[in-house]
Design a protein around this ligand. Sequence first.
Ligand code: C2E
Ligand code: MG
Ligand code: MG
Length: 771
Amino acid sequence: MGRQTEKTKFNNVAGDYATVIQNGLNAYLEKIVDLQAFFEASEQVTTTEFCLFTEKILAGYDSTMRLVWVRVTKTERTAFVQKQHDNGETNYRIRSWRADGLLPVSPVREEYYPILYTTIEGAKAGTYGTDLTSEPQRSNAIARARDNDTLAIAQDVVLLNPFVQNRSGFLAFLPVYRWGMRHDSVVERRRNILGVVVGVFRTSKVIDRVLDKATLPRNVDVYLFPANASADSAPVYMRQVPGSEVPKDPVSKASLMTLPYWASLPISAGDASWNLFVTPANGEFGSNMRAWLVSALILLVFGAVLAYLWASLRHALRLEGANTRILELAQTDILTSLANRRAFMKRLNMAFAASLRGAPAFAVLYLDVDDFKDVNDTLGHAMGDKLLKDVVARLKDIVREEDFVARFGGDELPFSPPISSIRPAATLAMRIGEALAKPFLIDGHKIAVTSSIGIAVFSREISGPEAMMVQADLALYGAKDEGRNCYRFHSRDLDRQVHERVRVADELRAAIETNELELYYQPQVELATGRVTGIEALVRWNHKTRGLLTPASFIPIAERTGMILALGNWIFDEACRQLRAWQAEGIAPPVLAINVSGVQLKSASDLESEIEECLDRWSINPGNIELELTESVLMEATQKHSVTLENLRRLGTKIAIDDFGTGYSSLKYLTTYPVNRLKLAQEFVFRVTVDYRNAAVVRAAIRLAHELGLDVIAEGVETEAQVRFLLGAGCEQAQGYYFSRPVRVDEITTILREGRVEPKTGTTRRFTSAA
Ligand code: C2E
Ligand code: MG
Ligand code: MG
């Protein structure tokens, strides 16, 4: 094995170790976040509830970790201790922490954080009641957690345990604030802190457990040092292969760095960080493997590598899921201090059961800020977060505490006021809509948003709280469909529409198989000469009973149900097949444009490789394909999609912005995304000759395109006057009924054979006057 490849291999293994340990730690920390969410969502937690909950969330994480919940002020002390006595804990005292494990009763202090709940039954007698602020490292970490509303770590401390002496570990603290109280500033946080949730980790046990569960090559030794440890201090954790040859006495960062191979990788948790040192167990990575041994083992190793790859991939996926969840939970809690989904559903369950038993009914109002993503995209996430906080604050001014506002991630804010009929619910929704429509002033920016609300009112016919949420959600969709900035009640009619949608989606699925779909094509023309420079594929559905359907009646449904993915694949394949046939005949246009839905771009499936495969299948040169995306899709495109777009362009396909001008005023994305061509929206082209403002917009857009070095084509050209205007404004290409409607394959084939189209003047005027 060459020295360089050997080294690369070693570095890869070291990197895998760091990833596995980091992900493993995160999975443990997630448990504390869960516990924090549980406490923040509950007004009161009994010891029994605590035990039940932790038992559930700690399943599989056993005694490597304990979770405790603590906090008492000076004036509360006597009553607090008495309460524990009344609950049967007759030995409960608030005690001071001492390294020797003797825990004297605490002197009077301003506040205490005594252990109140703990998952370790056996240890209770020893540490129960211990005031964590009586020890400086713990006390500092609690203060950081509280003041910054964050996960703070007391790193590398001595853990107390009545059974084992001198164990080193770390403690992770998350703050819990009083239910429904604000904690935006340090002052508010100090005032409204209710306690902290703590995870106690014995470093060696946690890491051993994580590594034991992982499938990793075992020929390396690992050591963990606090990031700020001096070069000669001992590791807080080490794991050596039995019989490891490396002299490591005393082991320190300095001694490890003298070895021929070593790697140092960062590991972090909350505000603490460590260095993970990895060294080959026998100094040189694999160098003592004899050639004969290698060949004899090759088969075995190959199998093991496959198994390892597979296992670690699965592992990584699972852990990635866990990481996502930790973030989700943490963000929800930190940002708005609102209850999360779990808490809200718990509350809704109770309300629903109570109403069934005869308590007054209630409603669920599901609020969503319209186009919230645009704020995030154009002004940044920090601004989006601030806006959301202000929205919540305004909302809270209007609703009452018992209305129980929650946040379901993003900008979805459901709440549940005790309202039993339609009229007061409508009044409330109206007031909220008006209040939120007033502009927000954030960091000097004036931001105007609107909101949509879906409403479901309790009735005995609803099968349960989940069904009620579905109703509110459907109603919210209904409100969005009606143009946003409005509220809508759930109704049978809405249910019917939903069923209709599901039916159309089912039919569409079948339609792909039974060849009911067909591509029509519309030519793109050079204005000066009438020469065909390209064609756009536009899908049609020859429905068995409803006749010819245009995309407007089924694309939105396909998008909402995910059918668009299968449909999109069919369209792409069919268009490529047809292009191949035209190429064989020697009449193919230089460019075939295909519409791509934003849902296709955003879906988890791999758009680029699907397109690439299809191009390969029909031996199509990617440069002959242009993908049409709408502005809104590009605006919503996150970093990930911009990579997809970049990859597509690298593949060689062209990219056009469809319906340019109808989406957004921000043109930032034009410089961000790899676009080749603008397609001026027909809405603008339509009125260029009758409305000077439209004319100005179109002229400006054409100039802009030229300045950015982009091609430009006008859509929806219907009259000769429009053609003259466009020519005057410097637009060279157009598409529209003036030249040809979208037509079937045989007709477009005729047009392609001729290579040019004669405008059909006269027949199309009525379309303009219909506007
Ligand atoms: P689009 O991509 O902007 O397509 C142009 C639409 O304008 C087409 O409607 C076309 O028939 C119509 N049009 C063309 N020239 C004129 C004109 O001079 N006057 C007027 N009034 N209209 C004209 P169509 O075929 O109904 O398609 C509507 C939209 O549906 C398309 O807008 C596109 O966004 C979507 N669409 C069509 N085919 C597909 C497809 O294969 N995949 C996807 N994802 N979307 C598609
Ligand atoms: Mg298009
Ligand atoms: Mg268009």
